[in-house]
Design a protein around this ligand. Structure first.
Ligand code: UFG
Length: 331
């Protein structure tokens, strides 16, 4: 019988790509999602169980029904600006919800948890390439809630023998190579979909948030990782936890990025080339709390998970453009 893996947030952008990858490798992905930001039509490779991660009764029901061998936990709020406007909501959902979910997992005998963390746990970068040993000093409630959950996972590893991996994402980007799923946030705040919509004439000029950074072209540098590569790393993480004898009762944090930096202007130029018309631009002030450069050191992911990103930036942009062109008008 194929094993089930419960994916909280499985109807979202990254969660749905993880469900697809799980199914490709023979698992049954169970998407647990309240559809507040997820999309029912993204759940195509296993059951959708509607529910909130703050609802212990619903969680217990779903764990009893599907008996997952592992949990991949993504459900939560993701937008930094929203977190500064409403920290209580972020703590309620991202921390309170995670505690409920992990309690339910533990109660159901699940020993392996993969957690969707973020490079936001590092705060202002102190070196060019960020390794997992970089100091942890989040600049906003979003990053702080991710760090608190990582700390709670360490408690569960130490005192309850639960094994976990916190995957610290840099910038997830791109879409399924065959166009089945892609990025859709409401409202959209991410650079690539906004740049594409601007180039397609579906919204006004793209704001370049800061052209005065200490970088070669003055715009901020990020590490964009194709969402399919990200998804593949999650399944490897589950298998590492389930199949490695010395994984039992451990917690590890692992960066997921491409290991390469690209500036806002480089991205915008790539989007213009892929769309076939330039992205209309407007220079705007820096966005509060943005770092000038965030690039992952991915050595640990390569070694621990035997993982390697396989899609380059051109593929990231091309698949994102294909997805946007096939999607209805922007929100
Ligand atoms: N940017 C613009 N114009 C825009 C949107 C973004 O210039 O209209 C710039 C940003 O200032 C940043 C870069 O493009 O320099 C990337 O911005 P995104 O919003 O796409 O991504 P972030 O690096 O800000 O955010 C990423 C994840 C978030 C997560 C955050 C945590 O995409 O989900 O890291 O630090 F919350």
């Amino acid at each position: 019988m194929r094993s089930s893996v419960l994916v909280s947030g499985g109807a979202g952008y990254i969660g749905s790509h993880i469900c697809l990858r799980l199914a490709e490798l023979g698992y049954t992905p169970v998407a647990y999602d309240n559809l507040s930001n997820g999309h029912a039509e993204f759940v195509q490779w296993g059951p959708l169980e509607r529910g909130d991660i703050r609802d212990p009764a619903r969680l217990a029901e779903v764990f009893a029904l599907h008996r997952p061998c592992a949990v991949i936990h993504l459900a939560g709020l993701i937008e930094v600006g929203h977190s500064t406007a409403d920290p209580a909501l972020f703590y309620d959902i991202n921390v309170g919800g995670s505690i409920r979910l992990l309690q339910a997992a533990e109660g159901a005998g699940v020993r392996a948890v993969v957690f969707s963390s973020s490079c936001a746990v590092y705060g202002a970068p102190q070196q060019t390439s960020i390794g997992e040993a970089h100091p942890l000093s989040p600049l906003n409630p979003y990053g702080r809630t991710k760090l608190v959950v990582e700390e709670f996972l360490q408690e569960l590893a130490r005192w309850k023998g639960m094994s976990s991996l916190a995957l610290r994402y840099f910038n997830a980007a791109g879409a399924d190579l065959t166009g089945r799923i892609g990025e859709r946030h409401e409202p959209e705040t991410h650079l690539i979909p906004l740049a594409i919509d601007a180039a397609l004439g579906r919204r006004g000029p793209l704001n370049i948030f800061g052209a005065d950074y200490p970088t070669p072209d003055g715009t901020a540098i990020r590490d964009y990782i194709h969402v399919a590569d990200l998804a593949d790393a999650h399944v490897r993480a589950v298998e590492w936890l389930l199949k490695t004898p010395h994984a039992a009762g451990t917690f590890n944090a692992v960066n997921l990025g491409s290991g390469q930096g690209a500036s806002v202007r480089e991205l915008v130029d790539a989007v213009g080339r892929a769309v076939g018309s330039p992205v209309p631009l407007r220079e705007a002030p820096r966005r509060a709390g943005d770092a000038s450069q965030l690039i992952a050191d991915i050595t640990k992911a390569q070694q621990l998970l035997d993982w390697q990103p396989s899609h380059d930036l051109e593929t990231v942009v091309r698949t994102a453009v294909q997805w946007a062109q096939a999607s209805p008008n922007p929100l």
